[in-house]
Design a binder for this molecule. Sequence first.
Ligand code: PMP
Length: 333
Amino acid sequence: MIVSQDSLSLIGNTPLVRLEGPSQESGCEIFAKCEFANPGASVKDRAALFIVRDAEERGLLKPGGTIVEGTAGNTGIGLALVANARGYRTVIVMPETQSREKMDTLRALGAELVLVPAAPYSNPGHFVHTSRRIAEETEGAIWANQFDNIANRKAHIVGTAEEIWTQMDGRVDGFICAAGTGGTVAGVGLGLKAKDEGVTIGLADPYGAALYNYYAHGELKAEGSSVAEGIGQGRITGNLEGAPIDTQFRISDEEGLYWVRRLLAEEGLCLGLSSGINVAGAVALARELGPGKRIATILCDTGFRYLSTLYNREWLESKGLTIFPWLMQKEEA
Ligand code: PMP
């Protein structure tokens, strides 16, 4: 009998799947880490666990303490689950413009929500600054600070990168993914380079983010926009500092959606848009490296989190995006 000794050990050690369509289309072997298989259904469970463990080890978080973070998404979900398992309170600060689903999910998990008006980063009322202030003012609280706290990328150096290396039998030619905090691309990049300097690390950047121009031309400059959630960064976060990016691709929402659609229709994988953008990036990297290479990427979260957006006909229509053919069918009365 094989049993996990506690719920937190269910985080990480996710399966690696060979993606048939992307492999066929690119002439390379494309593999993907199934991060939707984490308990909170996203890659961010890993960062949440490492941030909490690091704060415990440094004596900052004591029994009954509080974890505060400014996030509307997957990190909040990961933190709430880890906090429940370790006996902490979670306070999540989010802009009131976020989707109802996200608020409902965080409330359902037991997180306390603080809603603030949407404001630019330079405004002290911005949700990230508000979360830092609440942490400072709350007895026994830590500020998770996922963007600049490098416990985030450590989760990917010692976890995700090691797992990819082992699961691919040490034969890895390239790795690529998009960046939100940058913890995944920097951590997996550093971890794989430590195994083999020759692994090519790629960044798949959505429109509206500034990193493509930074790595290509040394200038943080954003162009266009994207509806992808959880990715798209405008600055070099603490986690991105020293990230070993060798090559970068700009990926449109439609390119990402193309793979979201195909992976669902042909391989039965229901994913979010950042996963589709990563797979589009893997195909682009495969074309750059040439046929026969072995490339890894990340399937960041489950599509079930986006039923009212990516998988909703009216929403896709309102954004001018291609509608999945099966969403066009009329239901029988
Ligand atoms: N995809 C989704 C759906 C996410 O929530 C995140 C986290 N912000 C990412 C990708 C990017 O991960 P990271 O923060 O490690 O760059």
